[in-house]
Design a protein around this ligand. Structure first.
Ligand code: GLN
Length: 547
């Protein structure tokens, strides 16, 4: 029988009408509300892709690849769950069509189905449920919030809806289905028909939604809630208005103030518990109180896809900047600067003067690299606070080697495999995997410890000697050049415990107010109520710069 533990509660969150309406934030907010009632909550994301994980998807197609502590490469919504719940999730919390089929096929090959026919229904939905239950069991959770990617009515997610139908059949009192729908406004009138069709699609899958989260540009008043409720065969309190808000962190409070926590508790037989959204309300108050701007630039490249021009997506970097800025009572103003402009016209680098601080985030490939190096050189020379994340640290080492250590053609072998000064190079063990064309998960992924050097900026910022950070990269600082680069003045302020891998680099404070890079992705572990120390350091230095 299903259910890893007696009385586990399952809350499914699915989208209707259209995508990109904030299903991930909705799921995170619902999870937060349930957590605030003193319950142990875990959150799962189901992606309809056949890709087994997000590691092989390009960011233009799928947005940021979020990396979990255990190295799982997954959807950016997982980052939202971690930020809202302030919990580290694991690979149990993420599945795709591909990963579900892979487990079923592996089990079949291992004769685990006892020779019977293995069928799409019910074996695939049953595997989905087994995976949800495994995540619940691993975390001993009371509640699982499960977000289904895509929109209802698509063929792609029908088997995930079927998993819900089966769960509800076995545990009628323990399941709730939330439909996140969009209500467009036409000539000033809020249109509910698309939502009615979405409800009907859910009904066709044998499911009756418990709640409609009504996304719209503005607040939906009681009268219009009533109309939507009637048309969708729901009660008025089961329609939750989800207007656009200034900060995503307001959403749980908005839901809670409309009684969603109580409603779900009643539906799921959870009884009344104390609600404690105090800390979270404090966060929202801090966000509203932060009015003085602090300008931070992210220096990266643009992508064109069809008719559209997009920036690389760095949701976690944006959120990490915001967390640190709010804590220091500043309103973050984050601007994207196109590094390729600087390659064409270096005089444009003076645009950077207006920012309190600059970030070169993670990245891959050779496009825009010279522009990024120019940005780093400019920040170093003009003493603009700088934080380099992963590629942003590797290129900081390249820049320093070229312009200070006298290795004029220094480069990363990712860009120039023939350089005579490969200051950034691939690890031998990764080389083997690539030679075998094993690109999936061929990187250094997930949590790794580092030891920090006394008397450095990073040691001061973290306030401890040992840290653990998440990684996603193939290349490293080449050990052959460490001594020479350090002699020229760049400090490797943190290394792997064996001292083989350089995890942090910086310039001493007497040379630059804040010139720091890390091989890791600290943005992935910044939390709204616990900003990351390296981002906090950047913001503090940016405030000191007084621009
Ligand atoms: N391209 C670099 C590497 O693979 C950096 C990766 C990153 O920034 N995530 O090592």
């Amino acid at each position: 029988m299903f259910g890893s533990k007696k009385n586990t509660k399952y809350i499914f969150v699915a989208g209707g009408v259209m995508s990109a309406i904030g299903k991930g934030i909705t799921a995170s907010s619902i999870a937060k509300i349930m957590q605030s009632r003193g319950l142990k909550v875990t959150a799962l994301k189901i992606d309809p892709y056949v890709n087994v994980d997000a590691g092989t998807m390009t960011p233009t197609e799928h947005g940021e690849v979020f990396v979990l502590a255990d190295g799982m490469e997954c959807d950016q919504d997982m980052g939202n769950y971690e930020r809202f719940l302030d919990t580290d999730l694991t690979r149990d919390n993420y599945m795709t069509t591909g990963s579900v089929y892979l487990s079923v096929i592996t089990k079949e090959r291992n004769l685990e189905y006892g020779g019977r026919n293995v069928e799409v229904v019910p074996d695939i939905p049953n595997e989905v449920i087994a995976k949800i239950d495994a995540a619940v069991a691993a975390t001993d959770s009371d509640v699982a919030v499960v977000e289904v990617g895509g929109t209802v009515g698509e063929y792609q997610n029908v088997l995930f809806l079927e998993a819900y139908r089966i769960l509800k059949f076995h545990h009628p009192g323990d399941c709730a289905f939330m439909l996140v729908s969009y209500l467009p406004v036409l000539n000033g009138e809020l249109k509910s028909k698309p939502t009615q069709y979405a409800v009907r699609s859910v009904n066709a899958a044998g499911i009756v939604p418990d709640v409609v989260i009504a996304r719209s540009a503005s607040v939906i008043d009681a009268k219009r809630k009533e109309r939507i409720a009637f048309n969708c065969s729901l009660h008025v309190e089961e329609i939750i208005s989800a207007p656009n808000v200034e900060s995503i962190y307001e959403v749980p409070i908005n839901f809670e103030d409309q009684g969603l926590g109580e409603l779900l508790a009643k539906k799921l037989g959870l009884g009344g518990r104390d609600r404690d959204m105090k800390e979270w309300r404090g966060l929202v108050d801090t966000i509203h109180a932060a009015t003085e701007p602090i300008k931070i630039a992210i220096a990266g490249k643009y992508f064109t896809t069809g008719e559209y021009v997009l920036t690389d997506s760095y949701i976690s970097v944006l959120e990490a900047i915001k967390h640190a800025a709010y804590q220091q009572a500043r309103k973050p103003v984050i601007e994207w600067v196109n590094v390729e402009d600087f390659e064409k016209d270096p005089s444009q680098l003076s645009k950077l003067d207006q920012y309190g601080g600059v970030i070169v985030p993670g990245g891959f490939g050779d496009r825009g690299v010279e522009g990024k190096i120019a940005v780093i050189q400019y920040c170093r020379e003009k003493k603009i606070p700088y934080l380099g994340l992963c590629y942003g640290m590797q290129l900081m080492v390249v820049e320093y080697a070229r312009h200070i250590a006298g290795m004029t053609d220094a480069n990363t072998t990712e860009v120039d495999p023939k350089t005579t000064h490969p200051v950034i190079d691939i690890l031998p063990e990764q080389k083997e995997l690539l030679a075998k064309k094993q690109y999936g998960a061929s990187m250094r992924l997930g949590n790794y410890p580092a030891t920090l050097k006394q008397g450095t900026i990073v040691r001061e910022q973290y306030g401890k000697d040992e840290v653990i950070e998440r990684h996603r990269h193939r290349y490293e600082v080449n050990p052959e050049y460490i001594a020479e680069i350090e002699k020229a003045g760049l400090v490797f302020s943190g290394t792997s415990p064996s001292r083989k891998l350089m995890e942090f680099a910086e310039l001493p404070k007497d040379k630059h107010p804040y010139f720091v890079g890390t091989q890791a992705h600290p943005e992935l572990i910044s939390r709204p109520l616990r900003p990351h120390p390296l981002f906090a350091g950047l913001i503090a230095a940016a405030i000191d710069r007084k621009v």
